[in-house]
Design a protein around this ligand. Structure first.
Ligand code: SAH
Ligand code: SF4
Length: 351
């Protein structure tokens, strides 16, 4: 199978072009076509015909094959499950708002961390995505949005996988998402969400790409976080928050702390007090995410009143807090859920 064109770096593609007697500026032209939604080389009409033919023989425009799509919020949220080379699949979710369009992107097929409330963590880990496979998800979203007269403005690494466990590909993909020759998404509009791989967070702070860091906290005491986010046994919560604070100091970026609300598990007054004590004086924002129910887990979604009550308790601790809207619930749009449904139906169908 021909390599996908985005598996080549800018320099590699320019070298290929030079080897084929074409000027290196064609590289920008090709990337621009991809960013604007071209799915074939043939469509790149200001590229000479012979070169289009040579590109078509040498490369594929993308390696991703869409195999399922679902829709929610009257079409404002769409989710695509892509098959990767080799057979694993990942999902990407596009969320349309009045003032922006956000893509939730996957960095791994499956996830090795195994949080017990997460659909992705329930399947065996597949593999790390390559940088181009991450970028191709964004290029596809940009294409879909362009057809609607929209522009992809934000990317969040909150789909399948733990981005910091696929560090080099993720950092490479962030640089390429931010590259003005391709999608030109400002790093400030890119959120990397992590369960807390401390050494990698420190390393990320040294990269000079000021992405927004989101920490999946979910519990402020080790005893509970050890269960909800098993990597906590290796990287305890206080050390994690210190590391995130160092990231904030270094980059000037406010850290976002995610808290998935699990009814009767992590929404008590004690939880709020512990969270308040942990984040006191930090450049922090707390994002409460109502649990999106996952089959075969012991967890339940909280009701409105308890979401409100927990939010108030956190505010009373002097913290900055918002409740994430539950975009895409019907689209199985939380982390790993379309994948799970398709896998289940395949299992049922014996595929
Ligand atoms: N692995 C990374 C990024 C992907 S998960 C991480 O854990 O941060 C993105 C966010 O979705 C995390 O905060 C995660 O805890 C949350 N999440 C996972 N399953 C969920 C569910 N069923 N309902 C609500 N949020 C969920
Ligand atoms: Fe992995 Fe994040 Fe899901 Fe935990 S919540 S299993 S780290 S994808």
């Amino acid at each position: 199978m021909a390599p996908p064109i985005l598996s080549l770096s800018a320099t590699e593609l320019e070298q290929w072009l030079a080897d084929h007697g074409a000027p290196t500026y064609r590289r920008k032209q090709i990337w621009d076509w991809l960013a604007r939604g071209a799915t074939t080389f043939e469509a790149m009409v200001d590229v000479p015909k012979a070169l289009r033919g040579a590109l078509d023989t040498a490369f594929r425009a993308t390696s991703l094959r869409p195999i399922a799509v679902s829709e929610a919020d009257r079409g404002l949220t769409t989710k695509t499950l892509f098959e990767l080379d080799g057979g694993h699949s990942v999902e990407a979710v596009v969320m349309r708002y009045a003032d922006r369009s956000t893509l939730c992107i996957s960095s791994q097929a499956g996830c090795p961390i195994g949080c017990p409330f997460c659909a992705t963590g329930k399947f065996p880990f597949g593999r790390n995505l390559k940088a181009h496979e991450i970028v191709e998800q964004a290029v596809d979203a940009a294409r879909v949005l362009a057809q609607e007269g929209r522009r992809l403005s934000h990317v969040v690494f909150m789909g399948m996988g733990e981005p910091m466990a696929n560090y080099h590909a993720v950092v490479d993909s962030v640089r390429r998402l931010a590259d003005p020759d391709l999608l030109g998404i400002s790093p400030r509009r890119i959120v990397v969400s992590t369960s807390g791989l401390i050494p990698r967070i420190t390393q990320l702070g040294e990269e000079k790409i000021p992405v927004t860091l989101a920490i999946s906290l979910h519990a402020a005491r080790d005893e509970l976080r050890d269960v909800l986010v098993p990597i906590n046994r290796k990287y305890p919560v206080r050390d994690l928050v210190d590391t995130a604070q160092a990231y904030a100091d270094r980059t000037g970026r406010r850290v976002s702390y995610e808290w998935v609300m699990l009814a009767g598990v992590n929404q008590s007054e004690r939880d709020a007090r512990e969270l308040g004590a942990l984040l006191k004086g930090k450049l922090a924002h707390v994002n409460l995410i109502p649990f999106n129910p996952v089959e075969d887990t012991p967890y339940r979604a909280p009701d409105r009143a308890s979401i409100r009550a927990f939010k108030d308790m956190i505010e009373a601790q002097g913290l900055n807090v918002t409740v994430r809207d539950t975009r895409g619930r019907e689209a199985d749009a939380a982390c790993g859920q379309l994948h799970e449904r398709v896998m289940r139906s395949r299992q049922t169908a014996g595929v």
